[in-house]
Design a protein around this ligand. Structure first.
Ligand code: FAD
Length: 273
């Protein structure tokens, strides 16, 4: 099976920048016409749902915990790396990119790591705007520390509870959008399958974990933010919920779809066999 990570072409520092620039934008007044499903309400899904809701889209979010606050993200402890170079110790986007690729044993997708490094500074700013109480120096500036063997100080943290504080920040933003009416959250719902129409995901099938009822939800786009898959290994510090159920089901669906259809760069059409 060929793995296609769909990384855009071009020099590494411009791949995602150019791709984003060439995307069609949705006019702010048209966003309310679109419905987006976000599966997962951890740091990734919670923040995505809140941001999309704030942008004006109609968002329905799902998780299988009883509250968005209980995603596994709450367990993260050490902090988040960002190339802000506050200590003037030689940090840069490129150095964070380099250290992360090296830390990942040279197995990470480099273009995506570059983008992570590039976005790192904005992520810290977004979290601060969400009210995350990062540790600060006496003068009020954000503190940071050297972490994970890095030669520079770039880890922003909230004592030993960074993940908890970050998730509470994302949850506050999510709750704000729920109150605004742009986001609906369904806790205790497990995604069972993705609905694919003409090669695009247009909805999901879920099980209500309280009543057992199977339900379907339609949307214009589906975001899977369902976390890691640590529990495919015998030993893991991840929560038992990090069990790769959603991403595996989506993978099986796409694999099945591809076996039924052939694709060129822009279309999918039935294979002639
Ligand atoms: C002990 C520990 C310490 C860590 N420390 C750090 C750190 O210091 N710094 C750092 O950057 N990272 C750290 N990490 C990693 C970091 O916590 C995770 O990478 C990150 O929190 C993952 O966020 P997420 O939103 O992708 O996933 P999660 O928080 O796991 O959220 C997954 C969401 O998907 C939902 N979901 C999953 N499957 C389904 C399904 N089938 N149907 C419906 N919903 C589903 C869940 O309900 C949940 O809401 C640490 C991890 C661990 C385990």
């Amino acid at each position: 099976m060929a793995l296609d990570s769909k990384i855009p072409s071009g020099p590494i520092e411009k791949k995602w920048y150019d791709h984003k620039f060439n995307l069609k934008l949705v006019n702010p007044s048209n966003r309310r016409k679109y419905h987006i499903i976000v599966v997962g309400t951890g740091l990734a899904g919670g923040a995505a749902a809140a941001t999309l809701g704030e942008m004006g889209y109609n968002v329905t979010a799902f998780c299988y915990q009883d509250s968005a606050r209980r995603a596994h993200s709450i367990a993260a402890q050490g902090g988040i790396n960002a190339a802000k170079n506050y200590r003037n110790d030689g940090d840069s986007v490129y150095r964070l990119f380099y250290d992360t690729v090296k830390g990942g044993d040279y197995r990470a997708r480099e273009a995506n790591v570059y983008r992570l490094a590039e976005l790192s500074n904005n992520i810290i700013d977004q979290c601060v705007a969400q009210g995350v109480p990062f540790a600060r120096e006496y003068g009020g500036y954000l503190d940071n520390r050297s972490f994970g063997g890095a030669q520079v100080s770039r880890t922003f943290y909230a004592r030993g509870q960074t993940g908890q504080q970050l998730l509470l920040g994302a949850y506050s933003s999510l709750s704000r959008q729920v109150a605004e009416g742009t986001v609906t959250v369904h806790g205790r719902h497990e995604m069972l399958d993705v609905v694919v129409v003409d090669g695009k995901s247009r909805g999901i099938i879920v099980r209500d974990m309280v009543t057992g009822e199977i339900k379907s939800f339609a949307a214009d786009a589906v975001v899977l933010a369902t976390g890691g898959y640590g529990n495919v290994y015998y030993l893991s510090t991840n929560a038992k919920g990090c069990n790769t159920t959603a991403i595996w089901r989506a993978h099986k669906k796409v694999h099945f779809w591809k076996s039924m259809f052939c694709a060129d760069s822009s279309n999918m059409y039935p294979c002639k066999w």
